[in-house]
Design a protein around this ligand. Structure first.
Ligand code: MOS
Length: 750
């Protein structure tokens, strides 16, 4: 036998769940056809604030097939009347409780759920429920809400909020600066709009236990939430989310449809499904609107001397959602004087929420527009200005990075894009009736690692199953699990099955924050290494002891279903032979990967981030002001890449969403009605196929054994950060028109 060839980490394996997804056999939350299922359709509030005074259900109840209508008047008693519980990612304030009482907190709030034998009967009957209200004054207008902005007293470091740390004297330095840029930058409200709408199918087992097929980014957080909110006990709630049709953060926290479905199931002691309509998808999570005041000071050559940041983002009246908006520029650039302040402003909507790269996608992007303005002020190439102010350390926290290959990303991205051919003057590049503009921006995101467990089961037919209560929200977790297992144990991917999306599986956090690949990957690797150790021990029982001399699994090569000695590849044995010789029909282990004490110490001493350099070409029709994003090169420094194919897909998706942020995405509120007006795909625009032209993704070499056990930094979010700034900066270069409010719609270019 020859020395086995290595497969696994670093190979462009196609998605292992690809066939299920494209053939429709992958089941999503609303596709589990449990027996005797009832269908629930929510009645939504048409007012933004006030109280329900009457519910006329007569006509609705007369519809054939209607079983019951559940509302605040007859809902089952809930444990959440004790307001102490929280969901996994809950934030300061009180989480929304559907049907809690007659109070209306936001337009579209579910008031009642009509339960029927068919979906059609439920939908029709829901349209017949007459609700009377007393209305109160409301405000969903962000500008108006700024009058009430505040810095919450509980603003302290938490999962995705890190208070800014000031340095030097930014005000004095700004006053003394040779060159200044001062502006108000703005990002519109955006809604997540995953393809799959929020849905829950609750299976009532009749013994006090339920299985919930839910659209959620983490089954165990959902399980804990439902168990405590409804007083069911964890053992009585199982949550399954095998497939998630996109989420972008809208599924981090359980949304109201699961409250309705579980309430109705308990009330009727039946299985119930509730699916939001597309319009109802606009009644929960959304990216906060942001107003960001930036002042930059610099010397004549463009060397930054002052940064003053002040930002406000929107939240609801019942919870205080906070994001890292003002810290990104302060961390990224070498500038001796910098300050940041941050406020939130409440409005009468549902609470804003995490949406792909929450905080950075907004703050870093808007900041990178201001940096571009400074480059023009200083008459310095925008890329050179960034290199001039390059910081090798995290300039805000004064900590080194575990790695930062942003310089390489700038260089490789510029080279691939052909940046040196750029002429500096705005409006200096043209072809036909289109102005051409080239822009650059920087992206930055966290490289996080969360404690995660995984199980590995190897059977004597040479097949392996790896399992964790992780989720795959479309990002490729299944594939990462298979690949890491294939890499560690040398088993061909076809013989490996990954299981996730089930609260019964080993403990894992929600999938979010781009920590999935690093965390689930590390757990799978640890479990597979543990299997490997048992195989090494078992090999001692084989006649001739082919692996004798190996002191640890590091002395072995695992590939092609076989194990060989590193020093003598002719000493080789198949995994199935090892198991048979040792009389083992299965090896089962569970391991937990966690940062540990040394990891925690390293986290305090060093910053861990991904970086990117985005180069963008736009073509702007001079007569119509229509903008086309014709070319994007996104060069990403994100540590070790497990799968270049799925990794590239993550960045492509992020760039497309960044194009949406730059040009399309915006939810409009009607001030009188207090509602989101464009609550559908026809009027809430996301980039369509025709809006997406040439996108190239580069991963620069960034070895980093310290950041996480696999050296992986994560890719789900970095692709969107800064991309909209690269588009905005390219538009300025093309047109000479600086737009500081995203999205840059045609009217803003007039
Ligand atoms: Mo992401 S916004 O952490 O799902």
């Amino acid at each position: 036998m020859n020395a086995p060839a290595k497969v696994g980490i670093g190979t462009p394996l196609s998605r292992v769940d690809g066939t299920e997804k494209v053939t429709g056999t992958a089941k999503y939350a609303a596709e589990y056809n449990v027996p005797d299922l009832l269908y629930g359709v929510a009645v939504s509030s048409r007012i933004a604030k006030g109280r329900i005074t009457a519910l006329d259900e007569e006509a609705a109840r007369a519809v054939p097939g209607v079983v019951d209508i559940v509302s605040h008047r007859n809902r089952p008693k809930q444990a959440w009347l004790d307001r102490s519980w929280k969901d996994e990612l809950s934030i300061p304030g009180e989480p929304f409780k559907a049907f809690h009482d007659e109070q209306i907190l936001f337009a579209g709030q579910p008031i009642a759920v009509v339960i029927a034998e068919t979906f059609e009967a439920a939908r029709f009957a829901a349209s017949l429920v007459e609700v009377s209200y007393t209305e109160e004054a409301h405000n969903i207008d962000f500008e108006a809400s700024l009058a009430e902005k505040f810095t919450p007293s509980h603003l302290k470091r938490r999962n995705n909020y890190h208070p800014p740390k000031n340095r030097g004297n930014a005000d004095a330095a700004f006053k003394a600066a040779n060159l200044t840029v001062e502006g108000e930058y703005h990002l519109a409200t955006e809604h997540h709009n995953p393809m799959e709408m929020h849905a829950s199918t609750v299976e009532w087992h009749g013994d006090g236990s339920i299985t919930v097929f839910d659209k959620i980014q983490g089954p165990q957080g959902d399980q804990a939430y439902l168990a405590s909110a409804f007083g069911l006990g964890k053992k009585n709630v199982r949550v399954v989310n095998s497939y998630v049709g996109g989420a972008f953060g809208s599924g981090l926290r359980p949304q109201w449809q699961v409250q309705l479905a579980v309430m109705a199931a308990i009330h009727l002691e039946r299985s119930v499904r509730v699916v939001m309509t597309r319009a109802q998808m606009f009644t929960h999570a959304h990216r906060p609107e942001c107003s960001y005041s930036i002042k930059l000071g610099a010397e004549h050559n463009g060397k930054l001397s002052a940064m003053i940041n002040s930002a406000t983002t929107s939240t609801s009246r019942f919870e205080s959602n906070m994001e890292d908006i003002v810290v990104w520029g302060m961390m990224n650039y070498d500038c001796p004087n910098a300050s940041g302040e941050y406020f939130i402003a409440p409005r009468d909507t549902y609470t804003s929420a995490d949406m792909r790269a929450p905080g950075a996608a907004t703050g870093m992007t808007l900041f990178e527009i201001a940096v571009d303005e400074m480059a023009y002020k200083a008459k310095v190439d925008p890329l050179d200005l960034r290199l001039l102010n390059y910081s090798n350390v995290d300039a805000m926290n004064e900590t080194p990075f575990t790695s930062k290959a942003l310089r390489e990303a700038y260089r490789e991205g510029a080279e691939r894009f052909g940046w040196e051919k750029r002429t500096p003057q705005p409006r200096s590049m043209k072809e036909g009736r289109e102005l051409i503009g080239w822009g650059v921006a920087t992206g930055m995101w966290d490289a996080q690692f969360s404690k995660t467990a995984a199980r590995a089961v190897l059977t004597d037919d040479g097949r392996l199953e790896v399992a964790s209560a992780a989720s795959d929200i479309g990002t490729g977790t299944y594939t990462v699990m298979v690949q890491v297992a294939a890499d560690t144990l040398g088993i061909t991917p076809e013989h490996i099955r990954a299981k996730l999306g089930d609260s019964d599986l080993p403990t894992a956090p929600v999938e979010g924050g781009s920590w999935g690949a690093a965390s689930t990957g590390a757990a799978v690797q640890l479990a597979c290494q543990s299997v490997a150790k048992q195989l090494l021990k078992a090999a001692e029982k084989i006649e001739g002891k082919p692996l004798h001399g190996a002191n640890s699994i590091d002395d072995l090569v695992f590939a092609d279903g076989a194990i060989a000695l590193k020093t003598d590849p002719s000493r080789i044995v198949t995994i199935t032979d090892v198991m048979k010789a040792a009389g083992l029909d299965r090896i089962e282990v569970e391991e937990t990967a966690s940062p540990g004490i040394s990891g925690m110490i390293s986290m305090m001493r060093k910053s861990r981030n991904t970086h990117s350099a985005i180069f963008c070409e736009v073509r702007v029709d001079e007569e119509l002001n229509q903008v086309r994003v014709t070319r994007v090169v996104n060069a990403v420094a994100a540590g070790r890449i497990i799968n270049p194919k799925t990794a590239r897909s993550q960045i492509l998706g992020g760039v497309v969403m960044g194009i949406g942020m730059a040009l399309h995405e915006e939810t409009f509120g009607d001030r009188q009605l207090g509602r989101w007006m464009n609550h559908n795909y026809a009027e809430y625009h996301v980039p369509a196929h025709a809006d997406v032209e040439d996108i190239e993704v580069i991963f620069v070499d960034e070895p980093d054994p310290e950041v996480t056990p696999l050296g992986v930094k994560g890719l789900g979010e970095i692709g969107i950060v800064g991309t909209a700034a690269a588009v905005a900066n390219a538009i300025y270069h093309a047109t000479g028109k600086r737009v500081r409010a995203l999205p840059i719609t045609i009217d803003k270019l007039l």
